[in-house]
Design a protein around this ligand. Structure first.
Ligand code: BES
Ligand code: MN
Ligand code: ZN
Length: 506
């Protein structure tokens, strides 16, 4: 895990393997961002022109390494692009800082210590840079290097020192602590997502939650397959019954104060989605270990909320099952009696996420929380609609949907509001049961949302995040986003909990 320190030291004087400076796109080549003055001085004021000569422009994603001139303690200067230079108040946006810091941390893989001399105008900027660096430094190496966990390659950047921050200033300290807790939990979610499904079974996931609960004062209750059958959780049981690895429903309870607001989070935790009897074809199942990303995000958010002592009560529900075909698997045509009492005709066993979520949503509703947010890699249709970096937000309340979308924007996560058109409900009419688990193909992401809505308790404010696009990144790493599990939506969920606790949801 990468360490984080605050430092008032100057960029020239701190002992480190590298000093990171920011550059932005100017009209005539790169411009040096604030924070890098001492480094520029060591270059006799010519840092911008040297970088220009090397072809650096200041564009986002750019990382240029230079040997240090005399006068700098660090032997290496790394210039990272911040994108367009700010127009108005001269400060850079938090997301530009977060991404640049992530790019820098990736470029410095193998280094022990890096001094970040990026522009910091506020504790929020320090937070963003810390988040980007700690998320960018992430690497999943548990399965490499001949069985030991050290791996054979270079380890991640070991220490991030934020220059231009005051270690004794309360606001800066809080910003650093928040960034550290948040990113450690996001990276923990990434680890869970990246862990191969032969090791991360529902039972194994529940054990990880149990251990983390003990460590952070979170109550953890686990329903095993017997308890699920006995409790009437027909959705979770129906999805899990084809697998040799039985399902679990995990409840995490973080209690701040009995009078505080209550947020319930529900996560889709399909540890592997083969499609079941409606088997996915080759080409569609290689990354389906990521189908528990919603549960991983919920888990990470509850732990982060507890570690940060947020002024809100948060309950997390992890609906864990493995969707496999076998002689005991649910068939297309089977009818399941759900926890709510409704019956569902399973027309396609690959539409399994909504089945496990339906039970968890109804269970979560029984406690009458102030709001429920579910998170799921639910539909390929949402990926078609919004692409690989944006999650869809649906809700039974326009104001809440807007609040969730704006909250995501605040923390630098891309999302977009999506409707729940009532006319799509009739496509799920079943001749046999109360509802079918599939409807019209067109608008498939919204159809799934409409299905879930039927399992939200009367009068409860609810939002649904379909993170099928951004949960798992298959392309080249960029900014603070690595290959594989991303930890999508954790920052949004934590900020949302914070805002609900502070009665700041507009
Ligand atoms: N886990 C998938 C959705 C998914 C697709 C996640 C791509 C991440 C990337 C989900 O369980 C699924 O299979 N959905 C089906 C639903 C359909 C059968 C109604 C889909 O989207 O095709
Ligand atoms: Mn599926
Ligand atoms: Zn799935």
């Amino acid at each position: 895990m990468t360490a984080l320190t605050l430092s008032t030291a100057g960029a020239a004087t701190l002992r480190a393997d590298a000093v990171v400076v920011g550059i932005a796109k100017g009209a005539k080549g790169p411009v040096i961002a604030p924070g890098a003055e001492a480094v520029d001085t060591a270059f006799e004021g010519k840092l911008a022109s040297v970088l220009d000569t090397l072809g650096a422009s200041g564009a986002e994603g750019e990382a240029t390494k230079l040997p240090s001139p005399a006068g700098l303690k660090a032997p290496l200067v790394l210039a990272v692009g911040l994108g367009a230079a700010p127009e108005k108040d001269g400060t850079y946006g938090a997301e530009a800082l977060r991404r640049a810091a992530g790019t820098a941390a990736r470029a410095l893989t193998g280094a022990k210590k890096a001094a970040f001399a990026l522009p910091i105008a506020s504790p929020e900027d320090a937070s963003a840079i810390a988040e980007g660096a700690l998320l960018g430094a992430y690497a999943f190496t548990a399965y490499q290097g001949g069985g030991d966990t050290k791996g054979s390659g270079k380890g991640p950047l070991a220490e991030v020192a934020l220059l231009g921050t005051k270690p004794r200033d309360k606001a800066f300290k809080a910003a650093a602590e928040r960034a550290l807790a948040l990113t450690e939990e996001i990276n923990r979610a990434r680890d869970l997502i990246n862990t191969p499904p032969n090791d991360l079974t529902p039972e194994a996931f529940a054990a990880v939650a149990s251990a983390a609960g003990k460590e952070h004062g979170i109550k953890v209750q686990i329903l095993d397959e017997k308890a699920l059958v006995k409790g009437g959780f027909g959705g979770i049981v129906g999805v899990g019954q084809g697998s040799a690895n039985p399902p679990r429903l995990v409840k995490l309870t973080y209690t701040h104060d009995k009078d505080a607001k209550h947020l319930a989070l529900v996560g889709k935790g399909i540890t592997y989605d083969s499609g079941g009897i409606s088997l996915k074809p080759a080409g569609h199942n290689e990354t389906m270990k990521c189908d528990m990303s919603g549960a991983a995000a919920v888990f990470a958010a509850v732990v982060a909320a507890a570690r940060l002592g947020l002024p809100v009560n948060v309950t997390g529900w992890l609906a864990l099952a493995e969707n496999m075909p076998s002689g005991s698997a649910t068939r297309p045509g089977d009818v399941l009696r759900m926890y709510s009492g409704k019956t569902v005709e399973v027309l396609n066993t690959d539409a399994e996420g909504r089945l496990v979520l339906a039970d968890a949503l109804w269970k979560a509703s029984e406690e009458k929380p102030d709001a429920i947010v579910d998170v799921a890699t639910l539909t390929g249709a949402m990926v078609l609609a919004l692409g690989n970096r944006t999650f869809g937000v649906m809700a039974n309340d326009d104001a809440f949907r807007t609040a969730v979308h704006e909250t995501a924007e605040q923390v630098g996560e891309q999302s977009w509001p999506m409707p729940l058109p009532a006319e799509l409900r009739k496509g799920m009419d079943s001749p046999t049961a109360d509802i079918a688990n599939m409807g019209e193909r067109m608008g498939g992401g919204l159809v799934a949302g409409l299905f879930l809505q039927e399992f939200v308790g009367e009068g409860i404010t609810w939002a649904h995040l379909d993170i099928a696009g951004p949960a798992f990144h298959e392309g080249a790493p960029y900014g603070y986003t690595p290959k594989g599990g991303t930890g999508s939506s954790v920052r949004t969920l934590v900020r949302l909990a914070e805002r609900l606790g502070e009665d700041d949801l507009g």
